[in-house]
Unconditional design. Structure first.
Length: 324
């Protein structure tokens, strides 16, 4: 085994490791702890994450995303300004690395780790065969310290991406927001639809492809950001009401779930533009109406309810012009 390996980069690093899907408050607590260590020791704050999810490479079904990779990186930079993010391609060769090789070749040689911070249940290397004790032992050989960060919990259990997915999937978006520190959001590119909403007096932006986890079908009060194509920056666009589902009242409905967003007091061409839709409150379940007149009346009621729910919402000062 190699002894301490000298890193030849600009400075040595304090490294945190994980998928960080959702970048929830538990993740943010780890990044905050890393920032404190980096400042105290003069180290480079570094986040090591993976793309695609390891389950994809290993032929398993991955969990549905809470955040896309660009969103995850945006939230990491917001939580820890100046963070150095390393996105490692999770290939089969990488998956076959032994725990010792991962510690030596990735953490010590490539990243120049002086400190490695992980969760107490951290597993790594081929077949997840390495644990925190192994990381401590090889760190002592290779010249880095290993620290296990405690899980952030509440009375219902640990804050985790899995728990957020369960809450979103059950429609409990308020509880999900408490762990995320912001509303769960959906994103997509506006596509042409059948203009049914416009004929009803409620024009909608249709998002047929959404990579993030969908909540139960229903109607939601939403805050909407416009994603700038050149920079990727999100800017607050407006408040609105969104339907997530299959549109059962319109003919035979949709073939697959669709996100339709009606923006209040805003009528502009957004075709081909990217939107981020923050789910602030669930108003009701999706339902089928007897006719379009009944649907129109219900949309008006939903819009009034959403306006009342959203009237005091303001953009997050840390979001650089976006809602959240």
């Amino acid at each position: 085994m190699d002894r301490a390996v000298e890193h030849t980069g600009e400075s040595r690093a304090v490294v945190v490791i994980g998928n960080f899907d959702g970048l929830h408050l538990g993740h943010q607590a780890v990044l905050a702890a890393m920032s404190r260590v980096a400042r105290a020791r003069g180290l480079r704050p570094t986040m090591l994450t993976f793309e695609p999810h390891p389950a994809v490479t290993l032929g398993r079904t991955p969990p549905t995303l809470l955040t896309t990779l660009p969103r995850k990186l945006e939230l990491a930079q917001r939580s820890c300004p100046g963070i150095h993010v390393v996105v490692r391609q999770f290939t089969l060769d990488f998956a076959r690395l032994s725990p010792e090789a991962f510690a030596r070749d990735v953490l010590a040689r490539e990243l120049g780790a002086a400190v490695v911070m992980v969760g107490i249940n951290f597993r790594f290397g081929r077949d997840r065969s390495g644990g925190f004790g192994d990381l401590e032992r090889w760190g002592a050989e290779l010249g880095f310290e290993a620290f296990a960060e405690p899980l952030v919990c509440d009375t219902q259990g640990a804050w985790s991406s899995t728990r957020v997915r369960e809450l979103v999937s059950s429609g409990n978006i308020d509880a999900a927001q408490q762990i995320l520190g912001r509303p769960h959001a959906l994103s997509g590119v506006v596509a042409h639809g059948d203009a049914r909403g416009r004929t009803l007096g409620f024009p909608t932006c249709n998002l047929p492809v959404v990579p993030e986890l969908l909540p139960p079908f229903g109607v939601y009060a939403v805050l909407v950001d416009l994603l700038e194509p050149e920079t990727g920056q999100a800017l607050a666009l407006g408040r609105g009401v969104a339907n997530v589902g299959l549109r059962p009242t319109v003919k035979a409905g949709a073939a697959r779930p669709l996100v339709e967003v009606h923006l209040f007091d805003l009528d502009r061409d957004l075709y081909g533009r990217g939107l981020r839709v923050h789910l602030v409150a669930r108003l009701r379940s999706e339902q089928r109406f007897a006719d379009l007149a009944s649907l129109k009346a219900q949309i008006a009621q939903d819009s009034d309810a959403a306006r009342r729910r959203l009237e005091n919402e303001e953009p997050d000062p840390l979001a650089m012009g976006a809602w959240a």
